[in-house]
Each structure stands twice: as C-alpha cells, then as structure tokens.
Ligand binder design. Structure first.
Ligand code: ADP
Length: 174
C-alpha cells in the first residue's frame, strides 16, 4: 500500500509532539472533554476553545481545524470519532471517515507532518485491535492521495496501544 511507508508509530503525549498538525479526538460540541481532548486544551491554553466556540460543533466522522495556541504544533484538527455500540452502527466507516477528513484537512492547511491519537479507543470504547488497522489503512490511503504530507505519526499513550498499532502497521506493510 502506497502511503504506508510514510506512517510511523510512537509512544508519547501528543500535546508535546511538534507536528504541523495534531489531531484531537473531540466530542461533537467541540467544547472540550476528558482524555486527549482535555489534555490538548490544558496544554494549548484558552485560544483553542475560543476558536472552537465559533465552529458550531462537528459531526461524527468529520473534522475542523483551529490554531494550536501554546502547543508546539501549528494547527489542531478536531475530529469526532464514533462511540462504540457493538459494531453494527457504522462505527468502522465513521472511524475511517475521521482519518480521511483529517488527512484532507491537513493537506488543505499545507501540513507536511500530522500526528494522530488512537481516536475513539478511550472513553468512546472502540476496541483498539479493530481500530488500529482501520486508522492505519485509511491514513495510508489519504497519504497516497496527498503527496505533500511527508509523515503521519500515531502517538500512542500506552505500551499496550503501541504494540497493537505496531502489529497492525507491520501487517499493512506486508
Ligand atoms: P475518545 O473519546 O475518542 O475515545 P479519549 O481521549 O478518551 O477519546 O481517548 C482516545 C485515545 O487517546 C486513548 O487511547 C487515550 O489513551 C489516548 N490519550 C489520552 N491522552 C493522550 C495524550 N495526551 N496523548 C496521546 N494520546 C492520549
């Protein structure tokens, strides 16, 4: 798969990651939440929330961008992952859409590097073993369409998630 060699996985805190854009696993209000969303707003300062207020929310599977306040990134791409409901409610397609839209937006913003958390795998309950291959495959497809993006990094917050993403990435590389 063409874009897959521009994907890497790493252990860390995405708020410390100096990509042109970092992706936030937001909720549809875009008005802040827990998990990675709370961490991004805490570390980035109030300007991100100010901008989010003017965006009028975001549909599940879609993405919207703001500046990155005090973060080392230039942009935050807020995307809304699906809540896991057992797998028959379109969750896989919605998770894919989050990655597709985020890559598209990163390309529109002129980003060369973009970093993702493991969207929906926290409070939203999407099993990481199912989420990782969808996230990686859809991102690789997006990178293949947007040659200007040089690298996408999945920044995983636990060793367990890192191992699952590493395994899925190795599977895609074949
Ligand atoms: P969701 O509601 O989409 O599930 P969460 O924020 O609850 O969003 O979790 C998404 C993923 O982000 C989880 O795997 C969680 O461990 C991870 N996460 C939480 N904080 C950070 C952080 N600072 N950097 C990177 N990943 C994080």
């Amino acid at each position: 798969m063409q874009g897959v060699h521009r994907i890497e996985v790493a252990l860390g805190d995405i708020t410390r990651h100096a990509a042109d854009a970092i992706v936030n696993a937001a909720n549809s209000s875009l008005l802040g939440g827990g998990g990675v969303d709370g961490a991004i707003h805490r570390a980035g300062g109030p300007s991100i929330l100010e901008e989010c207020r003017r965006l009028g929310g975001c549909a599940t599977g879609d993405a919207k961008a703001t500046g990155a306040g005090d973060l080392p990134a230039r942009h935050v791409i807020h995307t809304v992952g699906p809540v896991w409901q057992g797998g028959d409610a379109g969750e896989e397609e919605l998770l894919a859409s989050c990655h597709r839209r985020s890559v598209e937006l990163a390309a529109e913003l002129g980003c060369r590097t973009v970093a993702f958390p493991a969207i929906s795998t926290g409070v939203y309950g999407f099993p990481v073993e199912l989420a990782a291959p969808i996230a990686l495959r859809t991102t690789a497809e997006g990178l293949a369409r947007h040659e200007a993006i040089e690298r996408a990094t999945f920044v995983l917050f636990s060793e367990g998630h890192l191992r699952v993403f590493e395994h899925a990435l190795a599977g895609l590389r074949g």
